[in-house]
Design a protein around this ligand. Sequence first.
Ligand code: URA
Length: 259
Amino acid sequence: MPLIRLDRFISERGELTRSRIKELAAKGQIRVNGAVVRKSDTKIDPDSDIVEVQGSRIAAQRYKYVLLNKPAGYVSSTEENDGPTVMELLPPEQRTKNMFPAGRLDKDSLGALLLTDDGELAHRMLSPRNHIPKIYIVKLADSFQSKYVDLFAEGITLSDGYQCLPAKVKNVESSEKLAFIELCEGKYHQVKRMFAAVENHVEVLMRVSVGGLILPEKLAQGQSMELLHKDVENLFTPPDFDAFCREFSGVFSAFLIKI
Ligand code: URA
């Protein structure tokens, strides 16, 4: 991580202005790795240096990023209008005042949901211009048909006339009713409506990746884990869809078959 100025590090993580930080430093009230630092323009390593202001440690990360394996029955929202929200699933130490779900999963959907208080990253991630692909595994009511591959690649037209962007879809070899689907957009109930447009029905839907962020096998439903900024940056380097399906079909299909 590149070095940054001490006053910038502190001001970005709290309420103190740079002039106040300068004053506190001059009074000997700021320490870096235990040693008093009197000049607020001193360069520090934000990942490894320990900064204390008036005896309180400043958190190394400016924002929090939490990956939740969402169970069914929770709403992807910060407000409780339609049942319990995903926020309730986070332990207090993972929650911050301004945290929100970056993206949506339906109340009955499962899987990877990123929660953060980093509005800029959420915007970058959700902006259709950035085309961050998301991969879902679905359990269908009727068997997968090979014609879906071309239909989805051409762009499905939904019942309200919306023309979807081209999407990738692939049957899970071990089960005729399981399939992976990759989308680069996120319209309301989109996966369910796309399969409805080809006269099938999604019974279970689980998001298994958001860009390069893949739902870890060890993260049980309802559990969440904190991510580092560098893990979050992986969002922007998505996996190859075919390679992903080959590598993860065993893990994720085993999970869906149990439901
Ligand atoms: N598409 C859906 O239909 N539901 C979700 O929760 C996510 C994508």
